[in-house]
Design a protein around this ligand. Structure first.
Ligand code: PLP
Length: 395
């Protein structure tokens, strides 16, 4: 249907082989392949000091586990950007906490505004969730120092940014997901690497690691595999956990996908740079993050642009569809959803940047195999469509 779709999953023969081998192993639930995936993922994040890593069913439950492990509950507030996927906020709502929605930094930096976080911190603030939107790091250096001083936890939502780094004090870089208290990754099928559904939760804190390990599997002190191997005969239940486990098929796919992630991230960087060059001359169009320098490894995930003020976005999307190009919107802000608009446990004061950019956001296709010619086609068509459209305001 699409000449160029928003994302394009191309599985490698190694992916097929890895899943087939897992099937043939006759052990499908969490076991050695899951452990191998966790170890490989942790080493990919930081080969010298790998964090603890736990493979889980998806990033939504990774976020939920993170809040539960931190002891967050009904008396607490969690600060989350309004410009994120709804799961980031919902995971905090499941705990009974109040979600305080914060703004993004500016039209050209769509990551969490640390200034707005500081303005919204109260004595009840228990955690802040920087979302590394589009694969671009939040200002972790400043956020960490502000949160550490106040004893506020940081749960990084790294769904968009596996194997991207951020700049820290002294010019050091560190992998996103290893900087805050807990990092949460998604391997949904449109992400930079996939297991179909899947996620990973990471931490450098041994106490949190112990909690996360238990919470993932009903708070049980031994696993089915331990008993299968004769290493244990029974178990105790010491936390109110859940079944958030990954299975061996997905873990096998994850390890295989992970081996190509650095190369695919580099291809995404090349695509992003080509887009930025071609989109810069389009009058009235803004390209978020275009002036950012890499802070170490980069992992662009999506290609958001801001349409000229006053342009009817849906019409642009329809016209792009007519020429075979799929577009999307990342994201309708959380405070605009029916559920969250009227929810007392969601605070939504003063989000001027989010409100200003939300109607202008448009996501263009981005994936590793997107060729320069494809990108040129997308940019040419977008420029022509914008040229042909009336605006309610002067560009
Ligand atoms: C920023 C962000 N956070 C969390 C999630 C939830 O991830 P999952 O679908 O793996 O639960 C997503 C998924 O799209 C996301 O984009």
């Amino acid at each position: 249907m699409w000449k160029i779709s928003l994302c394009d999953l191309r599985l490698h023969p190694d992916d097929h082989r890895a899943v087939a081998e897992a099937l043939e192993s006759n052990w499908l639930t969490m076991g050695p392949r899951t452990q191998a995936f966790e170890q490989a993922f942790a080493l990919a994040l930081d080969p010298l000091q790998p964090p603890a890593a736990f493979a889980v069913s998806n990033c939504t439950v990774a976020l939920h586990m993170a809040f539960v492990a931190l002891g967050i509950g009904p008396d607490d507030e969690v600060i989350v950007p309004s410009l994120t996927f709804v799961a980031t906020a919902n995971a905090a709502l499941y705990t009974g906490a109040t979600v305080v929605l914060a703004d993004v930094s500016s039209p050209t930096d769509l990551t969490l505004s640390v200034d707005d976080v500081l303005a919204k911190i109260t004595p009840k603030t228990a955690a802040v969730v920087p979302v590394h939107y589009a694969g671009q790091p939040c200002d972790m250096q400043r956020l960490v120092s502000e949160c550490q001083r106040r004893g506020i936890a940081i749960v990084e939502d790294v769904a968009h940014a596996p194997l991207a780094d951020a700049l820290l004090h002294g010019g050091h870089t560190a992998a996103l997901g290893t900087i805050g208290d807990i990092g949460c990754f998604s391997f949904f099928s449109n992400k930079n690497m996939t297991t179909g559904e899947g996620g990973m939760v990471t931490t450098r804190n041994p106490q949190l690691a112990d909690k996360l390990r238990l919470l993932r599997s009903h708070g049980m002190t031994t696993l089915t595999l331990d008993r299968h191997r004769g290493h244990a005969y029974s178990y105790d239940v010491v936390e109110l956990g859940n079944n958030y486990r990954m299975d061996e098929l997905r873990a096998a796919l994850g390890t295989s996908q992970l081996s190509r992630l650095p190369d695919n991230n580099r291809k995404r960087c090349d695509g992003l740079a080509h887009y930025q060059r071609l989109l810069a001359p389009i009058i009235g169009l803004q390209v978020p993050f275009a002036d950012r320098l890499p802070q170490g490894r980069s992992a662009p995930h999506i290609m958001p642009v801001l349409l000229p003020v006053g342009v009817d976005r849906q019409q642009v999307q329809e016209k792009m569809k007519d020429v075979g190009i799929q577009t999307s919107v990342h994201y309708p802000p959380i405070h605009t959803f029916t559920l969250h608009k009227d929810c007392e446990r969601v605070r939504k004061d003063h989000l001027p940047v989010t409100d200003a950019v939300a109607p202008r956001l448009l996501t263009l296709p981005l994936y590793p195999e997107l060729s320069d010619t494809d990108i040129e086609f997308v940019c040419r068509k977008l420029a022509a469509i914008l040229e042909s459209m009336p605006t309610t305001e002067a560009r």
